[in-house]
Design a protein around this ligand. Structure first.
Ligand code: HEC
Ligand code: HEC
Length: 337
């Protein structure tokens, strides 16, 4: 029954990326909160509520974009997992862009942002997005002129920042809102805090496989991912990756270093059950498919189907809550009894 823990331990992936595989077993009965590789999300984040509200308004405002078509929330739907549910985001000209949109929920806890890890802060990322020709495609003078025409924005920026909207204040408000997008109290976090029954027996088995197979070697930390880089395809190349000229080369695009071809930031697995499809190219439609594929590519293993099912059940326990509701139940379907 026990999977043999893969002997990855501390190693250097094919691409020269150092990763640590934590192979400490997490058997039933051991105290899960002692597992130092993962941590629950904070229940409270201390932020200026006025900045959060202003940032949310900006986040949902398509006027930030030059052609007025795309708000941040068009691709990062807060009502639906913080992503857009598409294999690859549709850009401002209606064409699919190069990559899948990651969720903005808990992005503040990722050590680098985007699949290739191009940015260190939410402010840097937001500015790049506003300039991105495929997204907002705007410049600061034009953006500030557009939002400066709105009397509400002028009043809010003056009240909160003591001045008219400018680059620093817009980025600060957007980033402060994004820092509020934390989804605590997932069943797994409640389990880590000592609620033994927060996970079903199947989810507990899945958690054990997650540790014993070495998934946790890459997906770890407060976001269960988001804090390391790894080559996609340690044991085998993902199908199609080599031949497609237009393929997304991952971190190579940031560093220009050949060893960084096909190296990606390991994604956070928080809320992963509500952010299908999967991978940077959106090529896996379901979690089952994603788990089978990572096991093959990242660990060189073909998992028994029961283990896949248990791992998927565990991944479902990573869905947290935002503004009092579980991301697993979208607002439309939530009716009071
Ligand atoms: C057209 C769809 C689209 C729009 C509009 C958009 N994004 Fe994104 N966003 C993406 C995609 C796709 C990525 C991944 C890009 C990459 O990895 O190269 C991304 C990445 C991100 C990330 C990084 C998340 C992480 O964990 O790596 C953040 C944060 C983010 N966007 C915030 C924003 C903000 C703020 C705005 C508005 C200013 C915005 N996005 C507008 C599609 C979009
Ligand atoms: C060697 C590092 C490594 C190991 C080990 C690893 N992963 Fe991953 N995982 C990654 C990387 C890198 C990606 C992103 C690949 C891409 O899209 O280019 C990823 C993506 C995923 C995704 C898709 C997430 C999304 O939002 O698209 C899931 C689900 C996942 N891994 C689960 C697992 C499970 C379960 C295991 C153990 C069976 C595992 N991973 C082992 C590095 C790893």
């Amino acid at each position: 029954m026990d999977p043999k823990p893969h002997s990855l331990r501390a190693g250097v992936a094919a691409a020269g990326v150092l990763f640590l595989a934590v192979v400490a077993p997490a058997h039933e009965g051991s105290n899960p909160s002692l597992h130092s590789a993962v941590r629950p999300l904070p229940r409270v984040v201390d932020l200026d509520a006025r900045k959060v509200a202003l940032g949310e308004r900006l986040f949902r405002d398509p006027r930030l974009a030059e052609n007025g078509r795309l708000a941040c929330s068009s691709c990062h739907r807060l009502e639906a997992g913080g992503d857009d549910g598409l294999p690859r985001s549709v850009t401002n000209n209606g064409e699919p862009g190069p990559v899948n949109a990651p969720t903005v929920f808990n992005a503040a806890f990722n050590h680098r942002l985007t699949w290739r890890g191009a940015f260190r802060t939410l402010e840097e990322q937001a500015e790049a997005d506003l300039h991105n020709p495929r997204h907002a495609a705007t410049t600061w003078p034009k953006l500030l002129e557009r939002i400066g025409r709105d009397a509400d924005y002028r009043r809010l920026f003056r009240e909160i920042y003591g001045r008219a909207p400018d680059r620093e204040a817009v980025l600060d408000a957007l980033a402060t809102f994004e820092r509020s997008l934390v989804t605590p109290d997932a069943p797994f976090d409640r389990y880590l805090r000592g609620e033994r029954d927060a996970l079903t027996p199947q989810q507990k088995r899945g958690w054990r496989y997650f540790v014993d197979y070495g998934c946790i070697g890459c997906h770890q930390g407060i976001n269960i991912g988001g804090n390391l880089f790894a080559r996609f395809g340690v044991f085998a190349d993902p199908p199609g990756l080599r031949d497609d000229e237009k393929v997304y080369l991952g971190r190579f695009l940031v560093t220009g270093n050949k060893a960084d071809r096909y190296v990606f930031r390991v994604p956070s697995l928080r809320n992963v059950a509500v952010t299908a499809p999967y991978f940077h190219d959106g090529s896996a439609a379901t979690l089952e498919e994603a788990v089978r594929r990572v096991a093959r590519l990242q660990l060189g293993r073909t998992l028994p189907e029961e283990h896949v099912a248990d791992l998927v059940a565990f991944l479902h326990s990573l869905t947290g809550r935002w503004r009092g509701r579980s991301l697993a139940s979208p607002p439309e379907t939530e009716h009071p009894p």
